[in-house]
Ligand binder design. Structure first.
Ligand code: IPM
Ligand code: MG
Length: 357
């Protein structure tokens, strides 16, 4: 369909391994579709860059990224650099700097994979979690006082604005409407958090009036974990705060078979800024360099990126190839298999050629 400028930021841990694999399957797509081209620029930012330069990315990093159509991101986190430094210095700097307020996390059981839940067939767990990605518990508000003294205090203020809540809830309703079941669950904790979370409930009720076709229900976040385990079929689209959805999406990924397969999109739906696409598994220090990282999360992430770029046919083709490979039992150890990252990648490249255009 066209040519797209992609900024690749593999960053830390297994990030370079899975982004490398992802770019390989995207190259294979290019070979199959002469009208499709990705112009990829690599940015060597992350914890190694931090060790060399004292910052996770250069001060004008956002300016360098601004002109790209999408950002393909690996993982942040390093054994020897504090997590809050790596996260705020790179990933959150990009998410917040580019106002990528909608974090979209589809979860379903891919063909050939099994859920750790008894009696949960592939069609029984098919969810999209919409995570608020710009405020809430990740707003960065708070501070420390009495540093180093016994009375030291740290505050972490969750920030909820009407505009911020409304835009994510509206986005979630639109997402729900685009799916066959047209069902949205609004997750809060408004029994205990009686300010920001009650604001969420009120805004959700008001926005719901604009979407009479979408069925909506509410759940407290603790009860939601029980529902996800006991009644997965009762869930379709979910919207929750930054922290609540962070936690729920890890549970969702595990219930769908492995966190190694889960993708995410950090979207600026207004398209003023580039959106960022990343697998949700993180750095995974325990398997770095072993060649066994599951690249499926990065591949599915690439599918989301292709859809965002308007490459719907290529997105469909790549997803079909991924599903062909999971169904064929070619799996990395996190899914109980013995395949290596390169085996899964080669199998997806082969499968792509076989998927009808
Ligand atoms: C995620 C991750 C990140 C987050 C980590 C790496 C800080 O868990 O994308 O879900 O909490 O946002
Ligand atoms: Mg997380």
């Amino acid at each position: 369909m066209g040519s797209h400028r992609i900024a690749a930021i593999p960053a830390d841990g297994i990030g370079p391994e899975v982004i490398g694999a992802g770019l390989e399957v995207l190259r294979a797509l290019e070979r199959l579709d002469p009208g499709f081209h990705l112009d990829v620029t690599h940015f060597p930012w992350g914890s190694d860059y931090y060790r060399a330069h004292g910052v996770m990315m250069p001060e004008d990093g956002l300016d360098a990224l601004r002109g790209f159509d999408a950002i393909y991101f690996g993982a942040v986190g390093d054994k020897n650099v504090p997590d809050h430094v790596t996260l705020w210095g790179l990933r959150l700097a990009i998410c917040q700097g580019f106002d990528q307020f909608a974090n979209v996390r589809p979860t379903r059981i891919l063909p050939g994979l099994t859920s750790p839940l008894r009696d949960c067939a592939p069609g029984d767990l098919d969810w999209v979690i919409v995570r608020e990605n710009s405020e809430g518990e990740y707003a960065g508000m708070g501070g420390r006082a009495h540093r180093g003294h016994p009375i030291e205090v740290g505050t972490e203020v969750a920030v909820f604005t009407r505009a911020g809540v409304e835009r994510i809830i509206r986005f979630a309703f639109e997402t729900a409407r685009s799916r066959p079941r047209e069902h949205l669950t609004v997750v809060t904790k408004s029994n205990a958090q009686r300010h920001g979370m009650v604001l969420w409930d009120e805004v959700a009720a008001a926005v719901a009036r604009d979407f009479p076709d979408v069925a909506v229900d509410r759940e407290l976040v603790d009860a939601m974990t029980v529902r996800m385990v006991n009644k997965p079929r009762s869930i379709d689209t979910v919207v929750a705060t930054n922290l609540h959805a962070d936690i729920l999406s890890d549970l969702a990924a595990a219930l769908a078979g492995s966190i190694g397969i889960a993708p995410t999109a950090n979207l600026d739906p207004s398209r003023r800024y580039p959106s960022m696409f990343e697998p949700i598994h993180g750095s995974a220090f325990d398997i770095v360099g072993k060649g066994i990282a599951n690249p499926v999360g990065a591949f599915w992430t690439a599918v989301m990126m292709l859809d965002h770029l308007g490459e719907h046919e290529n997105a469909r083709r790549l997803m079909a190839a991924i599903e062909h490979v999971t169904a064929a039992g070619i799996r990395t150890p996190d899914l109980g298999g013995t395949a290596r990252t390169t085996d899964v990648t080669a199998a997806v490249v082969d499968a792509l050629a076989a998927v009808p255009a």
